[in-house]
Design a protein around this ligand. Structure first.
Ligand SMILES: [Zn+2]
Length: 434
């Protein structure tokens, strides 16, 4: 977030106690049963199976020709072949070489690390992404900036992922919602540094945009991906606006983030709730509480595994401001607080207008409404009191992945919740009410 002035009244008194918070750590329960190389080979074969079936639909009926130059696992001691006559040094990377039509990947560090942290499906996704560049070479891409080509490769990989989810893959069977969420979480580790201009050389996109491209591919298939152009992509990756923003990474201190975001959410719903319901918005009380000492509420509408909730009976929202809040802020960033408060205010709005929050549709509506506030932040003039800074949208996605997984029994996944949140973020309130 960027704020013109720092708020002096803190909504919460943050009291030490910053212990380990299991909610915001990446889950590490998977011990890979297969080595990474045992994943890469069948994954590449499966991607070729996919393109054998799909290629002609985006290539004027032409037949798919697999990569001809080979596939090369490399390491520090066993470097990849030269690409177009250029020998590159060792880098933890995976790449496609257009002039020589080969795919190479770091089998020493990157691929095993991705597999260990996020599971084999992310390794498959990375291979499908690189193969997407081989597809681009085959059909030609016109003169598009790198960020468009990278997101097109993500989209192609997403189209392959849809095939996996439909049970057609020869490499991945019975993918669970948790594995899908892990794969999306892995996209956050592959994103650009916050503040990268979208048109910078080598820009791949922030995680928010890359996940959009992935989900586009899943939902729409290869034809939509093939139509990606600079002019039709909603690229949200922006550079820092001020040096102070760049120096702080665009992060407000915790207390300021909580108070300014809570005030802004309140003002947003005062403006917006009448449009939604024809009724005025009564000020929503926000009650920060010490970890483990939540205020009384008979039937809390819980978020973040109960560490935050809307209380329908008392009509207030409450969140753990000594462990959860600081952990979200320090480990993810200030707009993780924005996601948390956005979620709570949206729960209140949804309940006040007599709509459900605990069904699958209700939860996705909450996420869309939370996104509609983000849209308001995203589209306001740069000289406004409070605006988004680079990285904030990724922080929202990361927060949803932290507290939105297998959420409170309503059957939604973080994958679906991110999609609903993005709809609201990109299109505003209308996306939630149509
Ligand atoms: Zn790429």
């Amino acid at each position: 977030m960027a704020a013109k002035r720092l708020f002096t009244t803190a909504l919460v008194a943050a009291i030490g106690l910053l212990g380990g918070c299991s909610i915001v750590s990446v889950e590490q329960e998977r011990r890979p049963a297969r080595s990474a190389e045992d994943v890469v080979t069948p994954a590449l074969q499966d991607v070729e199976r996919f393109w054998t079936a799909q290629f002609s639909s985006i290539a004027d009926g032409a037949t798919f020709v697999p990569v001809q130059g080979g596939r090369f696992p490399y390491s520090e001691n066993d470097p990849p072949p030269a690409c177009g006559g250029q020998q590159s040094g060792y880098e933890p990377n995976a790449f496609y070489c257009p002039p020589d039509d080969f795919i190479a990947w770091d089998a020493q560090t990157l691929i095993p690390q991705l597999q260990e942290d996020f599971g084999p499906l992310l390794v498959g996704f990375v291979m499908a992404h690189e193969y997407g560049h081989a597809i681009q070479t085959r059909i030609g891409t016109g003169n598009q900036p790198t960020v468009v080509l990278e997101q097109q490769a993500d989209c192609y990989a997403g189209a392959w992922l849809a095939d996996v989810l439909a049970g057609r893959s020869t490499a991945f069977k019975d993918v669970t919602p948790a594995q899908l969420d892990d794969t999306v979480a892995g996209m956050l580790s592959l994103r650009d540094q916050p503040g990268t201009p979208a048109l910078a050389e080598g820009a791949h996109g922030n995680a928010f945009d890359r996940i959009r491209a992935l989900q586009d591919g899943v939902d729409e298939g290869v034809t939509t991906c093939a139509g990606y152009r600079r002019t039709n992509l909603p690229v949200t990756e922006v550079p820092f606006q001020t040096e102070r923003d760049a120096a702080t990474g665009g992060n407000l201190p915790y207390d300021n983030a909580v108070s300014s975001l809570a005030d802004d959410a309140q003002a947003y719903w005062q403006r917006t709730y009448p449009r939604l319901t024809g009724q005025t918005w009564a000020d929503l009380a926000v009650q920060p509480f010490r970890a483990g000492e939540p205020p009384d509420c008979p039937r809390p509408d819980a978020s973040a595994e109960g560490a935050a909730f809307y209380c329908p009976d008392g009509d207030f929202v409450a969140f753990d401001s000594t462990r959860l809040g600081p952990a979200l802020h320090d480990r993810i960033g200030d707009f993780a607080i924005g996601m948390l408060l956005g979620d709570l205010f949206a729960r209140a709005a949804q309940t006040r207008r007599g709509q459900p929050t605990r069904t699958e549709q209700g939860q996705l509506m909450v996420d869309c409404l939370a996104g509609s506030w983000t849209n308001d932040l995203l589209t306001r003039p740069a000289n406004s009191e409070l605006t988004l800074s680079p990285g904030d949208l990724d922080e929202a996605v990361q927060a949803l992945l932290a507290f939105g997984r297998n959420s409170e029994g309503d059957g939604t996944t973080a994958f679906e919740r991110i999609a609903a949140y993005r709809e609201g973020t990109l299109k505003g309130l209308a996306a939630c009410t149509d």
